[in-house]
Write a protein that binds this ligand. Structure first.
Ligand SMILES: [Zn+2]
Length: 259
């Protein structure tokens, strides 16, 4: 609770500072924040197909298609870092807009998702859970917030509601995991093996469902791969990944987000 309290105090102080200081851009630090036109224009947005990264499970060869909205580089990388580590909650709107774009692309291009929506079976949107330690530090589960807001953005106004898109925080950590940031690809996989599971009360919902699993950034794919494995173990019929950003060469570099 002390960590959550400190986070709340930091947020209050940051909000108070914003009343007297011009809001800094979280991407470049200019006074035209939270996300200035130059940073927005410099974003390498990935189009349909281009932003799709296959994550292969080495055990059974199954492939998780992951749709990302943009490249994780430059100002977007700094913005994500500020959002995660500097309590820049004002950056959330930028990330929600990007995630909503990737979600829309996935819903329009993945046959399993289209079929589930057409049949009226619905699609579950499951955020990758934030670890208990990070949740205490950040005073909540930021990826779940992104997922909820992106689904609202994709659904649109009530008249144009897209039926059957439901956010279900179905996953939980089953044990502690090490910080991923300094680990190699193989070590990340070993670190996460069996670390995620489906909550007992969500199991009936997941069984037979078509699922979109959501994270902020896909780096090596180890986290989304483990999330997908947990959902499939619980009987999910089909799983697709959606993220805000992807590394320029997924799996090729170690990045501070540890994802
Ligand atoms: Zn900027």
């Amino acid at each position: 609770m002390a960590g959550a309290g400190r986070a709340a105090v930091r947020r209050a102080l940051a909000a108070a500072a914003d009343l007297v200081l011009p809001l800094r851009c979280a991407g470049c630090g200019s006074g035209r924040g939270p996300w200035c036109p130059a940073c927005r224009d410099g974003l390498r947005v990935t189009g349909p197909g281009v932003g799709c990264v296959p994550v292969v499970d080495p055990d059974d060869g199954s492939v998780l298609e992951v749709h990302a909205a943009a490249r994780f580089e430059g100002s977007l990388r700094r913005l994500v870092s500020a959002w995660k580590d500097e309590d820049r909650a004002d950056a959330t709107g930028v990330l929600v807009a990007l995630l909503a774009g990737a979600l829309t692309t996935a819903l329009g291009s993945e046959p399993a998702l289209r079929l589930a929506l057409v049949r009226g079976e619905g699609v579950l949107v499951v955020p990758v859970p934030t670890s208990p330690a990070a949740r205490r530090r950040r005073g909540g589960d930021p990826v779940a917030t992104l997922a909820r807001c992106a689904v609202v953005a994709v659904r649109g106004p009530p008249a144009g509601r897209r039926p059957g898109l439901v956010v279900v925080p179905a996953l939980r950590h089953r044990r502690r995991v090490r910080d991923q940031s300094r680990l190699s690809r193989a070590d990340r996989r070993a670190n996460l093996r069996g670390a995620l599971g489906v909550r007992a009360r969500a199991a009936p919902t997941v069984r037979g469902a078509t699922v979109v699993v959501v994270d902020d950034v896909v780096t090596t794919g180890a986290t989304l791969g483990e999330a997908s494995r947990a959902l499939r173990r619980a009987g999910a019929a089909h799983v697709v990944g959606v993220t805000v950003a992807r590394t320029p060469r997924p799996g090729g570099s170690r990045l501070p987000t540890g994802r």
